[in-house]
Ligand binder design. Structure first.
Ligand code: GCU
Length: 386
């Protein structure tokens, strides 16, 4: 439905493989000055820093360096969620700069049956805000959070708009304006996706301070715009041991140069608040981008990354999402990790997990379904097994 809707509304967008332009992907293992990156040390102490800086400057924007303080407040707690299997907490993060305060809510579920510190998934939510009560009511129909708890993992979620409003004109009410003390943004200042990713890191700050949580087993995940966010959150914060992007598409896992489905021009005009201003300059000029999205996945190396697509979600370009996973492989291999390298996509509904990367394409529409969760959680279990 999403594809039909978008292509009908935007007939100028390409959904035909034969019309994908020819292009050369930037080589993640080549420094900007042309030198080859041939050792782990070259990557860790040189190329990675260079690349993350280009993504900040040209795509997602730079986070502020202003000093801040963050406190966490428990607003409500109940220890009998999901028939006593979990403790739920409605939380509030209080960010302070000098005398000024910015608050955003988040929700936490921790399994009650833990005998030793376990994993946590930080889930970036852009649909309906979660509270302990709303999740209890909703679980009867979907069950995703319960499934996570049943596996012995904790989950923490927050809503994107509570951190930075997901609107073109929402800047004044968000964390970015709070940091800038109301001043306008510079062309390379953080966009909304980066602000949401920053919030995922603050939620992680709280979670890893809990005795039930093992700070070495942490994931950040999201669907669609939040899937884009999850990848960038993991690139910026090395404490996340797995990043999960579901149907993230343009500005997420999909190769921008393919110009299949959503393009840089379309995303920066409809959602200009997601990226830094500089990204807009690559509208219809994807070939001029100094990076492409396979290098975003490479920034997560040697940590794990899981990419999921849906076959009807052509707007998000499943082929381009898979191509990124494969094109990130040389960086993982340089770091001594085994990963997916097969250029052929796996069959529908058949996850491929090889070492630190995983991928599936589910049949159906643009959404995060039970099936997506199950396949991702199987991948996570493999990464987190002892
Ligand atoms: C729109 C947008 C996508 C985004 C999606 C979503 O379709 O064009 O880039 O991923 O919304 O967040 O559901």
């Amino acid at each position: 439905a999403q594809v039909a809707k978008d292509s009908a509304r935007n007939p100028q967008f390409n959904y035909e493989e034969s019309k994908v332009p020819t292009f050369t992907l930037p080589d993640p293992l080549k420094m900007a000055d042309g030198r080859s990156v041939s050792s782990k040390q070259d990557w860790i102490n040189g190329r990675r820093d260079e690349l993350v800086e280009v993504f900040r400057r040209e795509v997602y924007g730079r986070r502020p360096t202003t000093e801040y303080h963050v406190d966490f407040q428990v607003l409500a707690e109940t220890d009998d969620v999901f028939e006593g299997k979990a403790t739920g907490r409605d939380m509030q993060a209080i960010v302070t700069i000098g005398e000024r305060e910015f608050k955003f809510p988040f929700t936490v579920f921790i399994p009650n049956a833990v005998t030793e510190p376990g994993p946590v998934i930080v889930f970036i939510n852009n649909r309906r805000p979660d509270t302990v009560q709303s999740v209890i009511e909703e679980e009867a129909s979907t069950g995703a959070k319960r499934t996570i708890i049943d596996r012995g993992y904790a989950i923490a979620t927050f809503h994107t708009s509570d951190v930075d409003p997901d609107r073109k004109d929402g800047y004044a009410d968000g964390i970015r304006a709070f940091f800038a003390n109301g001043q306008p943004l510079q062309n390379d200042d953080w966009g909304g996706l980066s602000a949401w990713g920053w919030a995922a890191s603050r939620v992680l700050d709280y979670m890893v301070a809990q005795p039930e949580i093992d700070s070495s087993r942490t994931a950040v995940g999201g669907h669609s715009r939040s899937g884009k966010t999850a990848l960038w959150a993991a690139a910026e914060d090395p404490r996340f041991s797995i990043a999960y992007s579901n149907d993230s598409g343009c500005g997420g896992a999909a190769i921008s140069r393919r110009r299949f489905g959503e393009t840089v021009g379309r995303i920066t005009s409809v959602f200009p608040h997601w990226f830094c201003e500089n990204f807009t300059a690559y509208s219809e000029r994807e070939d001029q981008l100094p990076v492409d999205q396979h290098e975003l996945l490479a920034l997560i190396a040697p940590r794990a990354v899981y990419v999921a697509s849906a076959d009807l979600d052509l707007w998000a370009d499943p082929k381009g999402e898979y191509a990124s996973v494969v094109a990130a492989a040389p960086v993982y291999q340089l770091l001594g990790e085994e990963v997916i390298t097969d250029p052929e996509m796996p069959p529908l509904n058949t996850p491929r997990h090889i070492g630190k990367t995983g991928y599936h394409i589910r049949s159906g529409a643009h959404m995060i379904s039970e099936t997506d969760w199950k396949m991702f959680l199987d991948f996570a279990a493999g990464q987190w097994s002892r």
